[in-house]
Design a protein around this ligand. Structure first.
Ligand code: VGL
Ligand code: ZN
Length: 207
């Protein structure tokens, strides 16, 4: 079985949102089109409590974009984003949500961030995504979404490490790019870890 993994296609990561990714909304038509090729479509959803430790606002004297620490790990300070039960945390309206079989929330523990859709950043707690894919006999996963240099990157690398044949659909992703090299570095790192980078137009060649 093949699974499409849609990473964080939420309002806050799109233009006008709290942590807007440049052209983030352009990933939505690609997600909608790709769904037609998959029996199993799962989505991750960044889902933070308002007091989450990754928010600069919850760390006195820390500015957005600065590096700090959370749960004993280096942590970028983010604007308040994807707060549970807010419009910013909702999936983008134009996304065909009826085709999503299951949603996995992450970042719910205020004391640790979770970029990957599989585990928190310390790999201590699983979201249930791996178990769900295993119970559906999934062998190949196709990852796309927001943001390429954070949640997409860690989701794809965890998938490859867990033994899935892992494809990254590059045109279905956009990155934050805090530093200029972040997006090319993310692509290189994924390739090194065995992730195969493809384009949505050639999906049929890789199913
Ligand atoms: C993300 C930063 C903070 C992402 C989530 O979805 O890539 N980035 N929280
Ligand atoms: Zn977040």
């Amino acid at each position: 079985m093949n699974a499409l993994i849609l990473v964080d296609l939420q309002n806050d990561f799109c233009p006008g949102g709290a942590l807007a990714v440049n052209e983030g909304d352009q990933t939505i038509p690609i997600a909608n089109k790709l769904m037609e090729h998959f029996d199993l479509v799962v989505a991750t959803q960044d889902w933070h409590p308002i007091d989450h430790g990754s928010f600069a606002a919850n760390n006195p004297e820390k500015q957005i974009g600065e590096l700090h620490e959370l749960g004993g790990l280096p942590q970028v300070m983010w604007p308040v984003h994807c707060v549970q039960e807010t419009v910013g945390a909702e999936f983008v309206d134009e996304l065909n949500k009826e085709n999503i079989t299951k949603v996995f929330v992450k970042g719910t523990d205020r004391n640790i961030d979770s970029y990957s859709g599989f585990f928190d950043n310390d790999h201590k707690k699983a979201t249930g995504l791996h178990q769900y894919l295993q119970s559906n006999q999934v062998e190949k996963v196709y990852v796309m979404g927001l943001a390429l240099d954070y949640c997409v990157r860690f989701t794809a690398i965890d998938a490859a490490n867990l033994g899935y044949k892992t494809y990254l659909v590059q045109d279905g992703c956009r990155g934050v790019g805090l530093k200029e090299e972040d997006i090319p570095n993310a692509l290189n790192e994924m390739t090194e870890k065995g992730v195969i980078i493809i384009n949505s137009e050639e999906i049929k060649n890789y199913l």
